[in-house]
Design a protein around this ligand. Structure first.
Ligand SMILES: *Cc1c(COP(=O)(O)O)cnc(C)c1O
Length: 471
């Protein structure tokens, strides 16, 4: 006999009765009364909704309700935002927080977060200072730029630049560069937000200097080039180079801006990462303004960096939008610390995790996988096996879309569990592990597993082994 919804609804106990259950009273030793009450209400509401929608079609017994309250209270003691282990091999993984910070960046955050700082105070004059002054000199030194400004992220940098330089004016962009970065950053939309009018030129696969030249009018405010960060057009293609665009811009007296996306301060071609000019090279090739991210290839915190001509950047410093787009002191401290490492390229490559992971040699990765496997094997139960495979990792973060970096993968097998089951269990351990399933294997990439991850990775695999122990 099936019970009517009404009957089941009526059988759901009242809050007070649930609170009187001895098992629930027991929770009061660990959690406050308002907290326990809140969770009881949430559980009962959920039950009523499940009955209402038909997903719950039987009487919930006390044991089930107590179990739900227990789970609800437990989940409250774990923060929502927390560390995970990136075994995906994608170095700049936007969903996993992009770049892990260097030790000096971490220390810089600590130093200014636990007390007061000279964020906007000029210690020499004793007067009000500018938060932007802390990194402008460094950015000029590292890129050869005349001026620099930092904001919350690169999307903000593009919006600020367009709003300042091209509001109510036309901005010429190639049809091959009307990019969507993801998370709804689309060049045409950003353009309309900033009050500039988009003028598309050329074709998806080919745009020439003469296309820009032909589109220039009295209302043209800017020529914009956008780094096609996350895709590539191959075949019969022609892209107007920066020097060509710069020649057109100079002739017409119109500035040329480049949204460089990832932005790189050092030449990575000796490490097999080719085709990404440095920001200094972009400026030398004639860009009047370049914007890029702080947390992609640069390996720092979330930030948008603007470099280029002083006469273009000065008005941005006075624009009312800047206040809304400004960077906070913690990111500023960590950006400064990251940039300071770039004064010595070798130091940057050794200390900035993103650069270190991108430039590992095949031999280093192979040794790394061996180290991880040796460390884990010693302490894992027999039900877990770890097998090496050659594979490929990617840069991520909308940089080098076609680049595949050779790496060493570690396949994890637990009992007779399917790779998808292992993937889903490891995603929910105390320190979640994110790997990938490929060709019926669950794989972890040695490249993106940090040294500090070894011990939590072991703990997570031990947890998974218990859960998948063949019950
Ligand atoms: C990533 C990217 C952006 C957005 O940068 P955020 O720092 O994420 O705001 C804009 N343009 C290009 C070309 C990008 O690659």
């Amino acid at each position: 006999m099936t019970l009517s919804r009404q009957t089941i609804l009526k059988s759901i106990p009242k809050v007070d009765r649930v609170l009187d259950l001895p098992e629930v009273r027991h929770f009061l030793g660990q959690f406050s009364r308002p907290e326990v009450l809140l969770v009881i209400r949430q559980v009962l509401k959920h039950l009523r909704e499940s009955v209402g929608s038909g997903t719950q079609s039987s009487l919930p017994d006390n044991k089930t309700i107590i179990g739900m309250i227990d789970a609800g209270l437990k989940s409250r003691s774990v923060p929502s935002l927390r560390p995970v282990i990136n075994g995906s091999g994608v170095v700049v993984h936007t969903n996993l927080g992009r770049s892990p910070l260097s030790e000096s960046a971490e220390q810089a955050i600590h130093a200014v977060s636990s007390g007061y700082s000279n964020l906007e105070f000029d210690l020499i004059s004793g007067e009000r200072g500018s938060r932007y002054s802390h990194v402008e000199g460094l950015l000029c030194e590292l890129t050869g730029s005349e001026a620099a400004l930092v904001v919350n992220n690169n999307a903000a940098a593009v919006i600020l630049a367009l709003s300042t330089l091209a509001q109510g004016r036309e901005v010429i962009v190639s049809r091959g560069e009307l990019v969507e970065i993801g998370g709804s950053f689309r060049i045409p939309d950003v353009m309309s937000q900033s009050g500039a009018r988009l003028v598309e030129v050329g074709c998806t696969n080919r745009t020439h200097s003469r296309d820009y030249l032909g589109a220039i009018t009295d209302s043209t405010g800017l020529l914009l080039k956008v780094h096609t960060s996350n895709f590539a057009i191959v075949g019969f293609t022609a892209e107007t180079t920066l020097p060509e665009m710069s020649a057109v811009g100079r002739e017409a007296g119109i500035p040329v801006m480049l949204d460089a996306g990832s932005g790189c301060l050092i030449d990575l071609s000796p490490y097999g990462i080719k085709g990404e000019p440095t920001i200094r090279q972009y400026l030398e090739s004639g860009a009047d303004l370049v914007t890029f991210s702080g947390d992609k290839l640069l390996g720092g915190p979330q930030a948008g960096i603007i470099v280029g001509q002083k006469k273009l950047i000065e008005p941005m410093k006075k624009h009312p939008l800047l206040r809304a787009l400004r960077m906070d002191k913690l990111n500023l401290a960590s950006l400064e610390a990251t940039l300071r490492l770039y004064r010595d390229e070798r130091l940057a490559l050794a200390e900035i995790p993103t650069l270190r992971m991108l430039t590992f040699s095949a031999k280093e990765l192979s040794n790394r996988a061996d180290r991880i496997i040796r460390y884990l094997r010693k302490q894992l139960p027999k039900t877990v096996s770890l097998i090496r495979h050659p594979g490929e990792s990617s840069a991520g973060g909308g940089s080098f879309p076609l680049l595949q970096l050779p790496t060493t993968l570690i396949e994890v097998k637990i009992n007779v569990s399917t790779p998808c089951r292992i993937e889903s269990v490891l995603r929910r351990t105390t320190t979640p592990v994110v790997g990938r399933v490929h060709r019926d294997r669950f794989l972890l990439d040695a490249r993106t597993i940090l040294d500090a991850d070894f011990s939590p990775l072991l703990a997570s695999l031990q947890e998974a082994a218990i859960i998948l122990s063949g019950k």
